[in-house]
Design a protein around this ligand. Sequence first.
Ligand code: ADP
Ligand code: ZN
Ligand code: ZN
Length: 675
Amino acid sequence: MRYANVIIDISHEAVDRPFTYIVPDELVSQCHPGTKVSIPFGKGNSERMGVILALTDHPSVPVAKLKEISSVVLSQDATESRLIELAYYIKEQYGSTMIDALKLVLPAKKTYRKKAADKEPYSDEEADESCGMDIILNEEQMSVVTDFTGEYDRGVRKTYLIHGITGSGKTEVYIRLIHHVVSRGRQAIMLIPEIGLTYQTVKRFKRYFGERVAIMNSSLAAGERFAYYEKAKNRQIDVIIGPRSALFTPFPDVGIIIMDEEHEGTYKSETMPRFHARDVAIKLADMHGASVVLGSATPSVESYYHALNGDYGLFELSNRATGAMLPEVEIVDLRTELKAGNRTMFSNVLRQRLVETVSNGKQAMLFINRRGYAGFVSCRACGKVMKCPHCDVSLSEHRGKGILVCHYCGYEAPKPNNCPSCGSKYIMSFKAGTEQIEEGVKKILPGVRTLRMDGDTTTGKDSREKILKAFGEHKADVLIGTQMIVKGHDFADVTLVGVLAADISLASGDYRAGERTFELLTQAAGRAGRGSVPGKVVIQTYQPDHYSIVHAASQDYKAFYEEEILYRDIAGYPPIKEIMAVLISDKDEDAAYLAAVNLSGLCRAKGREVQIIGPGKAGIGKISDRHRYVFYIKADKKEDLIILKDDMEEWLDSGAGDSAIPVKVAFDFGPMNPF
Ligand code: ADP
Ligand code: ZN
Ligand code: ZN
């Protein structure tokens, strides 16, 4: 490979477009993607620093115009080199361009001026005295801490999984582990799901680490983020807490990476490169000589499998730290309710429990799985559903505004007065599930105070926190919400959790449906009875015998895991087999289809020991006027999938499939959702 695409000065400007240079013979062996080089740049040929993104034999510019790379630069900045290496790993593993991977790991430099109004809702002063450092670890917690720190001090570095039931005190354990590592002069990254940071957790961390901990969240401005990164680089902070992008904090010497709620889907990026934070955390830890600690009440099937295999160390916390009892769970068969003539969303049991709870001055959380309950609009006369002209999805009515919107492409149109199909004037919008429940609650308990948390009520900045805060201060009796409300919140007065339609997530049709249902129900149930009064949980379902519902009701992760892993084995899904989705999209449907046929044909022709399923039209066949086709590849080893991904990339780059050039191809390893 004689030519290199080089990106200039990544550390000083937003990453921009690459320039092509000739690699001189004597430097060929030293030049790889990610290598830092010195190059003549611009009219005056001033020497600039750059990073090689890719090497090629076929430059896209006339060779006569190209300059040569002057020299290879051995980087003085180990932190930056490490991040560039990480970008290269992400590019190789997940299929993306080096430039996209670099943009991910190296944030653009932005200046940041602190404004008076800048306080995202957590401030230092709020770390009140009531959460001092006086918690005495119980035996289970202590044994995790002593085992980990013992191994750590002996130089053992590996990945651990803490399987701890809801309320078992995992946060306290994380704090002690971080404290240990930080006291040895190293830094810690604590990953939390996108929306998973509770107010209580922030307070506890502030108490321990004060000014030495920084908390990132997704509403942080780019400049603010950069200011944290600078502090990290200069060792002014030891701990960063944040969503998956916190992995790219430029700490000089990371000793531990913790991933709370490791089963969470938001740890997987939904845009290219579609990396999973767990894999990247393990790679980063390897580069730093750090350990990784994954924690969850409902570990992903993958992680538990690795823990049982001995790939990961396994810790179990099986008791609630405060001594609170696990809630009592009742399953209600909705089919029987219907037979008995109950057509409301509330079973008789749930109605009774709700009345009891509120009249006892306690609080209830009612939870509905959003999937399948979009507020779609249809004609009552002929059944026509209003659809987006650009996407294969139904439009939803924007709250009370008479405007229909597409949540995929943003298309808007006024709600028609007459059905475009039959002319009838009976156009109805189906209320979102949460609104319907709220109305139901008010019918059962006139005068009840309710709060609602869903996509509609949480669009404003901090609105989520405000709702949770109000509920925490008992300003409402009932909180109604989608999966947003089930994560990690600790409300002492909540003694009832109701799940209105537990099986909606089972209908999603992908191999993770059972796992997702078990996880949602277990986490939802875990919200009940955090205080001194034991909690009650009512799960309403049409499939009371489904194993994920039965085992969630008895809060028995292991029983669930054993059935689930059997199914994964028989059906050939992860973690037994590895799976990759290849998504092809184009404005021209024939071009997309042809490219899908060609790419899957290419993979078949390679004769590897893989199974190829498809291609077929994606579940959502069109988004933003781009037609979507998908095929899946299953293999015993991930390496086989990566090799095929490389083959496909090479084929696309070489222009071999001329018709395939304009199409977009996305690779997704271990897809979280069906396409
Ligand atoms: P998890 O993250 O495992 O669901 P948390 O870390 O939120 O659990 O802890 C649940 C509750 O138990 C919190 O209120 C926490 O302060 C409390 N807690 C944790 N450890 C102890 C302990 N050793 N003794 C008493 N209370 C504890
Ligand atoms: Zn009609
Ligand atoms: Zn649309």
